[in-house]
Design a protein around this ligand. Structure first.
Ligand SMILES: O=P(O)(O)OC[C@H]1O[C@@H](O)[C@H](O)[C@@H](O)[C@@H]1O
Length: 154
């Protein structure tokens, strides 16, 4: 497990150091996908626009959170922010410094990340809904164009 955590810390350091310029964008994407928005914003909104997508959204929230809870009970994983303080693998107090953000200040087990699972589900439902809407609009317009072209040909 230490191997996994150590590599996780390296990835976090890489992101925090080399992708600082994208902080606002990444934070925005992360906040938009925050699963807590499902109940207060996305479900009511999507249910008005499209009942199927709205229903998908609420199922994603319920099933996703349920799976996350079960996995957390099983894995009961450390969070990198406290693992670096507790592990003995960094000699002479040379533990890496990881920056904390409001969303990373959680106290429960960290593995698997509920935020990552929930956000990816939210984004998946929204992107697939947007894509299928676009495809159906394109299909309709190409049918209309085809009919129009055929009508002219007659
Ligand atoms: O399991 P993680 O990654 O700490 O994420 C859990 C948190 O994820 C956030 O997105 C939710 O808004 C919180 O309600 C939840 O506690």
């Amino acid at each position: 497990m230490d191997f996994l955590h150590r590599n996780g810390v390296l990835v976090i350091q890489h992101l925090q150091r080399d992708y600082r310029a994208y902080y606002d964008f990444l934070n925005f994407m992360s906040n938009v996908g925050d699963p807590r928005n499902i109940f207060s914003i996305y479900f009511p909104l999507w249910f008005q626009l499209n009942q199927t997508v709205g229903t998908k959204m609420i199922w994603v929230a319920v099933i996703g959170d349920w799976f996350n809870l079960i996995f957390k009970w099983i894995l009961f994983g450390h969070r990198p922010y406290w693992w670096v303080q507790e592990t003995q693998i960094y000699p002479n107090h040379s533990s890496p410094c990881l920056e904390q953000f409001p969303t990373t200040c959680e106290t429960g087990p960290g593995s698997p990340s509920g935020h990552a699972m929930g956000s990816s589900c939210v984004w998946y439902v929204m992107v697939t809904a947007a894509l299928s809407y676009t495809v159906s609009r394109l299909d309709k317009s190409s049918i209309t164009l085809h009919r129009h072209a055929c009508g002219r040909g007659l």
